[in-house]
Design a protein around this ligand. Structure first.
Ligand SMILES: *[C@@H]1O[C@H](CO)[C@@H](O)[C@H](O)[C@H]1NC(C)=O
Ligand SMILES: *[C@@H]1O[C@H](CO)[C@@H](O)[C@H](O)[C@H]1NC(C)=O
Ligand SMILES: *[C@@H]1O[C@H](CO)[C@@H](O)[C@H](O)[C@H]1NC(C)=O
Ligand SMILES: *[C@@H]1O[C@H](CO)[C@@H](O)[C@H](O)[C@H]1NC(C)=O
Length: 380
């Protein structure tokens, strides 16, 4: 119709014209796909993303942890922020409170169930024996279920509770992030299992991971952001505990057998993500190749302004400035300039390395599908 309301005969559209329309619509569909505006982040994991869980349960991570950014211990095993902190920050959300932290927590925009030393499978050793946390992924899942149910009841009381607890839509529109599995591999190796034996346990490990993802989906979660396992063979604590021969080292000095194990785990995790996409057609699941991001940084440290890629910043002696008996903290201080170091304490990464990894994963260049963090609610 014309603006004056008169009907005009429609011209017969040419094939070219129709193709043109189709093409512009496709372009528009891609461009106008809007940012997800995640109202919350719920995280499951180990020390790579623990923002205070282990500290709340078993005592604070000692200084100099936290020195660079928080100017004191902040429940994190790093001199500053973790990748999960940069994720929350870039989504415009506050840093995540640990579910286990009874003091000063604000869960209005999510919660963090991760604890240092967590595994996917429950372990048969105590934390004292192995350093592994009893708060394995299944326990984090129970905690999430409790959180999901009880926050909504408590929120109805109004007042301060309304301010501190998530709205119901935070659960359906929130981003569920996972960064766990590394300790299932290293834990097995440190208990003297061979890499073959650890490999044989991976189907069971991933079966338990799948159960937890499906539980979150049952509770209404739809957007998943899953980190794979990093290059464990480049970590001083692995290299010091499990000596390898020169032939087993790659050109950077990382242990091939351990990195191969991590990559094997990751390929199976990737297969699982593909299966989950089929089984959960309403879910958007992004798989992030943290291994590749971290290994790229370690392998090309100088190019990116870092030094001594395999040496701990906060440590004590030896080839890697890491001692299996004396950890970071107390008399063991940090290095002069953590901002040029990658490894923090022999097990974890510095804020500078975490920031580098975040900057490189956020735009989707290490993701499958290659969607940026802001777009991770869209199914490809
Ligand atoms: C909880 O955090 C949100 C988001 O940062 C903030 O708006 C709110 O004021 C906080 N509530 C309290 C009681 O601190
Ligand atoms: C712990 O022991 C149980 C019972 O023997 C076994 O099924 C399970 O796989 C063990 N867990 C680990 C992590 O080895
Ligand atoms: C693993 O083997 C080493 C070397 O033989 C031994 O010292 C250590 O106690 C063993 N660890 C466990 C958990 O069996
Ligand atoms: C993603 O960000 C990194 C770091 O800023 C940059 O080097 C890279 O080129 C970006 N990749 C894409 C595909 O935009």
């Amino acid at each position: 119709m014309d603006h004056d309301g008169r009907k005009t005969p429609l011209p017969k559209p040419s094939v070219q014209f129709l193709l043109f329309i189709l093409a512009t619509q496709l372009v528009n569909a891609t461009i106008s796909t809007s940012s997800c505006d995640f109202p919350a982040v719920f995280n499951f994991g180990d020390s790579n993303s623990d923002t205070g869980g282990l500290s709340a349960a078993f005592g604070q991570a000692p200084p100099p942890n936290g020195e660079t950014f928080f100017h004191g211990p902040a429940g994190r095993y790093s001199d500053g922020r973790l990748v999960i902190d940069f994720i929350a920050q870039s989504l415009g959300l506050p840093y995540l409170s640990a579910y286990l932290d009874a003091l000063g927590s604000n869960f209005s925009h999510g919660a963090n169930f991760a604890t240092g030393g967590s595994t996917i499978r429950p372990q048969n050793t105590t934390r004292h024996q192995s350093g592994l946390s009893p708060i394995s992924l299944n326990v984090q899942s129970y905690q999430f279920n409790d959180f999901h149910l009880r926050t909504q009841t408590i929120r109805k009381a109004g007042g301060i509770f309304k301010e501190l607890l998530p709205k119901p839509e935070a659960f359906s529109r929130g981003l569920y992030t996972f960064d766990i599995g590394q300790n299932d591999l290293t834990g097995g190796l440190l208990l003297n299992l061979s890499t073959q034996q650890v490999k044989a346990s991976i189907p069971d490990i991933l079966g338990q991971f799948k159960t937890v993802v499906k539980n979150v989906h049952d509770k209404g979660g739809r957007y998943f952001w899953i980190h794979n396992v990093g290059p464990i063979g480049c970590l001083p604590y692995v290299l010091e505990h499990l000596p390898i021969t020169a032939q087993e080292m790659d050109k950077v000095g990382c242990g091939n057998p351990f990195n191969e194990l991590a990559q094997f785990f990751n390929s199976k995790l990737k297969d699982l993500v593909d299966r989950l996409r089929e089984e959960l057609p309403e879910a958007a699941i992004t798989y992030i190749d943290i291994y590749k991001a971290r290994y790229t940084l370690i392998n090309q440290a100088t190019k990116y302004g870092f030094e001594h890629p395999l040496r701990a910043c906060c440590g004590h002696g030896g080839k890697y400035n890491y001692n299996t008996q004396v950890g970071c903290g107390g008399k063991v201080k940090s290095c002069k300039d953590p901002s040029v170091m990658i490894i923090w304490d022999g097990i974890h990464y510095t804020e500078a390395a975490n920031r580098w990894v975040f900057d490189h994963i956020a735009n989707g260049s290490f993701s499958d599908p290659s969607l940026s963090l802001q777009m991770a609610c869209h199914r490809n």
